[in-house]
Ligand binder design. Structure first.
Ligand code: SF4
Length: 119
């Protein structure tokens, strides 16, 4: 997670990004979202943050100002073949992009699929 060293939230209270509830409809989560939005929108590593949260299945907290419900919706869309316009900006491996979004290598297969095909 090399992107973390440049995170705009690095010196911010972590509790701001981890509300006591994951209920998107609660006032508490709404307040936290409002508080983190300007931090995340100015963050230079927001894309990497969101991608990491999606790819590792983070089920708690606000990552790149997204809630767990937001991220589940993005993951469902990915599985249905719709890449996320923020997290999936890099060209994805055509062989595994839907289940394991991995950056393509020179527009070809990712290293995992290259190894799998060579075996
Ligand atoms: S996008 Fe938000 S949560 Fe992610 S590293 Fe940046 S400031 Fe932190």
């Amino acid at each position: 997670m090399g992107w973390q060293k440049n995170a705009a939230c690095r010196d911010t209270d972590p509790e701001l990004f981890f509300p006591a509830s994951d209920d998107d409809t609660s006032v508490l989560v709404a307040r936290h979202r409002i508080a983190v939005a300007p931090i995340c929108s100015a963050c230079p590593v927001a894309t990497g943050c969101l991608r990491w949260a999606l790819d590792t299945g983070q089920d708690h907290g606000l990552w790149a100002a997204t809630t767990p419900t937001d991220r589940r919706a993005i993951r469902r869309a990915r599985l249905a073949g719709t890449p996320d316009p923020v997290a999936d900006t890099d060209p994805m491996c055509p062989a595994c992009a839907l289940l394991f979004p991995m950056p393509a290598v020179d527009g070809d297969l990712c290293s995992r699929c290259t190894e799998r095909n060579a075996a």
